[in-house]
Ligand binder design. Structure first.
Ligand code: CMP
Length: 145
């Protein structure tokens, strides 16, 4: 059983739609445990740095504008196969292509306002978690139920 950690962001549209709780419930129902949670309103510099890999893409400027348009929820999710599991729960980047029952299918508006972000691999997860959280801000715990 490989325990992994991944970075999850509930984007500004998720907060505006009032679905923070529903989204976190889905993670918990699927065995992903939040071990760090914080609200933040990203600065332009923070959003540009976070999405630096997309700097050359035509949607970069709009992406940064959207991600700084309101607060977000930053989370570290922990669980078995957490990186891929989170991606499965989120659904395809473009909600038009997302499978039924996924977060993006149920809550997202379009490819920009797609409600959630999740790390796409082990190296990215490590870098993205470190971008927003110190090690001392991660608080693992066990279920007793
Ligand atoms: P995310 O998983 O946060 O990673 C990069 C984001 O760029 C992506 O989700 C989308 O919300 C956003 N984006 C905006 N336009 C596009 C596009 N045309 N193709 C891919 N991603 C896009």
């Amino acid at each position: 059983m490989v325990q992994e950690r991944t970075l999850s962001i509930i984007k500004p549209d998720g907060l505006e739609k009032g679905v923070i709780g529903k989204i976190i419930a889905r993670f918990e129902e699927h065995g992903l445990k939040p071990v760090a949670i914080r609200l933040a309103h990203l600065s332009t510099r923070e959003a540009e740095g976070f999405y630096a890999v997309h700097k050359a893409r035509p949607f970069f400027k709009d992406l940064v504008t959207f991600m700084t348009s309101g607060p977000v929820v930053l989370m570290v999710l922990e669980g078995e196969n957490a990186i891929q599991r989170n991606r499965d729960i989120m659904g395809a980047t473009n909600p038009a292509n997302a499978a039924p029952g996924t977060i993006r299918k149920d809550f997202a508006t379009d490819v920009e306002k797609n409600t959630v972000h999740g790390s796409d691999g082990p190296d990215t997860a490590k870098a993205e978690i470190a971008y927003f959280f110190r090690e001392t801000e991660l608080h693992p715990y066990a279920y007793r139920r």
